[in-house]
Ligand binder design. Sequence first.
Ligand SMILES: Cc1cc2nc3c(=O)[nH]c(=O)nc-3n(C[C@H](O)[C@H](O)[C@H](O)COP(=O)(O)OP(=O)(O)OC[C@H]3O[C@@H](n4cnc5c(N)ncnc54)[C@H](O)[C@@H]3O)c2cc1C
Length: 385
Amino acid sequence: MSPRAAEYDVVVVGVGAMGSAATYHLARRGHDVLGLERYDVPHSRGSSHGVTRIVRKTSYEDPAHLPLLDRAYELWHDLDESATSDLIHGTGYVAAGPRDGDLYRGAVEACRTHDLEHEVLTGAALGDRYPGYDLPAEFGAVVQPDGGFLHAEQCIVAHVEAAHRHGADVRAREAVSGWETTTNGVSVRTEKGRYTADELVVTAGAWAGEVVPELETTAVPERQVLGWFQPTSREDFQPETFPVCSIASPEGHFYATPVYGVPGLKLGKHHHLGETVDPDDVADPRPADERVLRSFTERYLPGAAGPTMGLDTCLYTNSPDGEFVVDVLPDDPRVTVAAGFSGHGFKFSPVVGEVLADLAVHGESDHPTDRFSLDRFDGAGSVLG
Ligand SMILES: Cc1cc2nc3c(=O)[nH]c(=O)nc-3n(C[C@H](O)[C@H](O)[C@H](O)COP(=O)(O)OP(=O)(O)OC[C@H]3O[C@@H](n4cnc5c(N)ncnc54)[C@H](O)[C@@H]3O)c2cc1C
């Protein structure tokens, strides 16, 4: 970093999943870092609430993610050791669906490519082993023992507490209203004042396109709805008896985590109703949302289709190809961005934090991140059209 009179080495905009991790990794390396968050730390208006997030090495989307996931697992376990509450819970992971479908085939390929321990069962055999599942007998189901869930809000708390221990300055309820690069660095405006830094890291989630206009079409917010239903067969939906899962069905791609933190099985539908939204104007859960989740539960996880325990909204931020965007802005090398995590980014957040620290300080990273570059979108549109 250049020897000059900036107040901070790096300002991080947005202290959610990725921003809390970046703040920690920068502070741990000895940099003076300021994390600015418009809401509370943590909060429930972005992409990182709802208690649980699935963590899995079975990257059915692309087996090439595995080296990053291996590193993310190491970092989660390190963070878990220093945290005041348990962050990572092992349950095993199930990827199930028609045998000729992308999810099942991608899961088998991910396990085989990287020699991950796994078993391949039929839908019927899965139900014999884990009675919470009642999938079509002919479905394929990959069971991978490294899967589980993360306690999402506590992961953000743990990253911020670890950042604090390394001297980071984190300020909640202070929205960034603008920024510009100067000859010497960056200048960041909030409603409370102005800060200068050598480098800017933008991890603003669903608001990425507001903070960095270049991201408007590459990080598109989408409304999601989560449901929690009380199991009628309680014992079949506990962390010890119900592995977290992704299920491809004719009704769509759903995911579920066992009873934890809320007295109900949690589930959601990937790209729920396909609604692109303004992140400041997200409709509360409606009966039509609940019907989507309940009808899937009644059909495939019937022992969990008891009374509703909760519903909540959450935001995906989709890139045109569903892959992440983690890069230095081509026209503004002092600005590093991470956005477009497209509904599957949480598990990667510690390694994304490490990559962001590399890019902000050195302009490059040893991690394999070419696939996350911004220039792949030249001429591309939005994933939701
Ligand atoms: C319902 C749902 C289920 C999911 N399930 C999984 C899963 O099982 N496994 C998985 O790996 N991933 C999952 N994901 C995806 C994952 O949660 C996201 O990819 C991840 O949380 C995105 O993190 P982020 O840091 O980009 O966004 P956030 O955590 O939302 O952080 C962005 C932060 O920036 C702040 N901000 C925005 N603008 C400003 C500003 N101007 N000034 C200051 N602060 C600002 C926001 O308030 C927010 O706190 C799921 C997502 C959803 C919505």
